[in-house]
Write a protein that binds this ligand. Structure first.
Ligand code: OFO
Length: 162
C-alpha cells in the first residue's frame, strides 16, 4: 500500500463526508422543490451529483494506491431548511467545513511526506475555491433579492445552469 494506515482512514472519513454532502444537498433540493423553487432545486440536485463524483474520485484513488475502502453509515443531514436563504447559508457553512477538512488532509500528506496523496488532493483544494465562491454568490443573490423576488433568483440560476 502506497499510503499510511492513518491516511487510509482519513481518506475513508472524507469519502463518507462527500457522501454526506451529497445526502445534504439532495435533502436541500427536495426542500426547495416543495417551496416551488424548481430551478434552485435543480441546482442542488446537480450539486448532489457532483458530491457523489467527489466521493467516487477518492474511492478510486484509495483503490489505486492499494488502500482499503470502507463504507460507513452516512449521517442524517439536518438543519433549518425552511427558506432558500437558510439553505444558502448552510451551504456556505458546509463548504467552509469541507475546505477545512481538505486542508487538514493536505497537512497530513505533507507531514507524512506522502506526495502522491498531496498531489491528488490538489484537485480538491482547487475545487473548494470554486465551491465556496459559488456558495457565497448564491447567498448574496438570495439576500439581495429577498423573499419577494425569488423568481429573479430562479431566472439567474437558470442562466448559470445553462
Ligand atoms: Fe465535495 O465539495 Fe462540496 O461539499
Amino acid at each position: 500500500m502506497l499510503i499510511s494506515e492513518t491516511m487510509n482512514a482519513r481518506l475513508n472519513d472524507q469519502i463518507n463526508f462527500e457522501q454526506y454532502s451529497a445526502h445534504t444537498y439532495l435533502g436541500m433540493a427536495v426542500a426547495l422543490e416543495s417551496m416551488g423553487l424548481r430551478v434552485l432545486a435543480d441546482y442542488f440536485f446537480k450539486h448532489a451529483e457532483e458530491e457523489r463524483e467527489h466521493a467516487m474520485k477518492m474511492i478510486k484513488y484509495v483503490l489505486d494506491v492499494g488502500g482499503k475502502v470502507t463504507m460507513k453509515a452516512i449521517a442524517e443531514p439536518g438543519g433549518d431548511w425552511s427558506s432558500a436563504e437558510n439553505i444558502a447559508k448552510q451551504t456556505l457553512d458546509h463548504e467552509l467545513e469541507v475546505t477545512r477538512r481538505i486542508n487538514d488532509l493536505v497537512a497530513l500528506a505533507e507531514q507524512e511526506k506522502d506526495y502522491a496523496t498531496r498531489s491528488f488532493l490538489q484537485w480538491y483544494v482547487d475545487e473548494q475555491v470554486e465551491e465556496v465562491s459559488s456558495a457565497e454568490y448564491l447567498l448574496s443573490l438570495i439576500k439581495a433579492a429577498g423573499p419577494q423576488q425569488m423568481l429573479g433568483v430562479e431566472h439567474r440560476v437558470a442562466q448559470m445552469l445553462g
